[in-house]
Design a protein around this ligand. Structure first.
Ligand code: G
Ligand code: MN
Length: 408
């Protein structure tokens, strides 16, 4: 950083239009000064009336809203913005940590699209990260990058059409060993080609959950394309993780078909990990337990995905032969300031150690968190810091050229 100008506007980041709502004049002035230096255009205000007027006249693309103001309730302000607000919303507060975390939970529950949270006092560097993140509109950008995407959303009929015509398939996101240097493999993530730049809305997953025929069709494509991708890589150390709905994993004939497809591509089952969400476990009965155990006995890795968000009991986790636990990204994203997220991650690592499971942390967005998670004992790391999901051809080229841009 030494001697570099503060402004990033000259490095290809489009100027941001930032609107700040805070009752404290000193905070408003400081943020305005920091943001201007970073090349953003700034307006700041302290009342709801001014805020709403500026929202219309200034048309900000980034909002920074204080949650603790004597006369305005930040949570209500955000609730009033409604789903059509085009700006990325960042909230800030100087509340104590647990209140801050609870507010964050309330906001996330009420409105999924909060772009980020800043705990006061924050540094110019933290603000810079916010401005930069909001500026880089990557195609596979995290849902935290805010745009109202409802206009892009395919109707259920269009979605089914896209799936049936082969436009829905896997992109591949890299997973690194915790040293950050060695590639472990990829996770196959569903994306729609040629539409919404690869974004996959939660509504589509819902549709798949409710349409067994369509989800079976899509799952078969994902498995086939993933195995084909892995075979093409011609790198026998690399593995692939595939998300599977519980109902498919335990369906009659699934294991036999998967064994046959792996044999077709000369891929050892141990290189294929099936990810089942923690919530799935809750629905499993005895027959399902047997089917899942048989998958493991056939040599496949079994991963419990989004761990920490479902309702599974530790007893269930212990009685199934999972080989990997994937800590849900919400905990890793919250890690910088959240003691409760740290507690959950430590508890996950503790139980995994006892049950002889490896641990992969998802949602690793910066190097400091990567180092911290590695230090805590995670085996593998996945997230935008290491790379976004890429189409098969791009991912193959990326591996062949030595994984450029791998950061740690
Ligand atoms: O449910 P599962 O854990 O398989 O979901 C993975 C999802 O997480 C994908 O949609 C992927 O795009 C997203 N994702 C991957 N890496 C990151 C990251 O670093 N940050 C965030 N916010 N999301 C990520
Ligand atoms: Mn997953």
């Amino acid at each position: 950083m030494s001697g570099r100008p503060e402004s990033r506007a000259d490095e290809g980041y489009p100027a941001r239009r930032l609107l700040v709502l805070d009752d404290d004049a000193a905070v408003r002035d400081t943020i305005a000064l920091m943001a201007k230096r970073l090349g953003a255009e700034v307006r700041a205000c302290s009342s709801l009336a001014e805020f709403e007027a500026l929202l219309a006249s200034f048309a900000p693309d980034l909002l920074l809203i204080d949650l603790m103001m004597p006369e305005v309730d930040g949570i209500d302000v955000i609730a009033r913005l409604g789903p059509h607000c085009q700006a990325a919303i960042y909230v800030m507060t100087g509340a104590d940590k647990r209140t801050f975390e609870a507010s964050r939970g309330v906001l996330q529950a009420a409105r999924a699209e909060i772009a980020g949270f800043l705990h006061k006092p924050f540094s110019a560097r933290e603000l810079r990260q916010v401005l930069e993140r909001a500026s880089i509109a990557l195609p596979d950008a995290s849902p935290r990058l805010l745009r109202d995407r409802s206009a892009d959303l395919l109707s259920p009929g269009e979605f089914e059409g896209a799936a049936r015509s082969g436009q829905i398939g896997p992109y591949f996101q890299p997973i690194f060993y915790a040293d950050g240097l060695r590639l472990k493999g990829f996770e196959a993530l569903l994306r729609i080609s040629g539409h919404s730049a690869g974004y996959f809305a939660p509504q589509y997953l819902e549709q798949l959950v409710h349409d067994d025929d369509l989800s079976t069709f899509v799952t078969d494509i994902v498995i086939e394309k993933s195995l084909e991708f892995l075979a093409d890589l011609t790198a026998p150390d690399l593995s692939i993780s595939i998300n599977i709905f519980g109902v498919h994993a335990v369906a009659d004939g699934f294991r036999e078909r998967l064994v046959e497809r792996c044999a077709h591509y000369a891929i050892a089952p141990s290189r294929v990990t099936l990810e089942l969400s923690e919530a799935t476990l809750f629905e499993f009965d005895e027959r399902d337990f047997r089917k899942v155990t048989q998958l493991r006995l056939a040599g496949f890795g079994l991963s419990i995905d989004d761990f920490g968000t479902g309702n599974s009991s530790l007893g269930r986790l212990a009685s199934l032969p999972f080989s990997e636990l994937k800590i849900d990204k919400s905990f890793c994203l919250a890690l910088p300031g959240s003691e409760s997220a740290e507690a959950v991650i430590e508890a996950c690592l503790g139980i995994a150690r006892k049950l002889d499971m490896t641990v992969t942390a998802e949602g690793v967005e910066d190097g400091e968190i990567a180092v911290r998670l590695a230090g805590m004992g995670c085996h593998a790391l996945q997230g935008h810091f290491f790379g976004q999901a890429m189409p098969a051809g791009v991912a193959t080229q990326w591996v062949r050229s030595g994984c450029p841009g791998k950061s740690a």
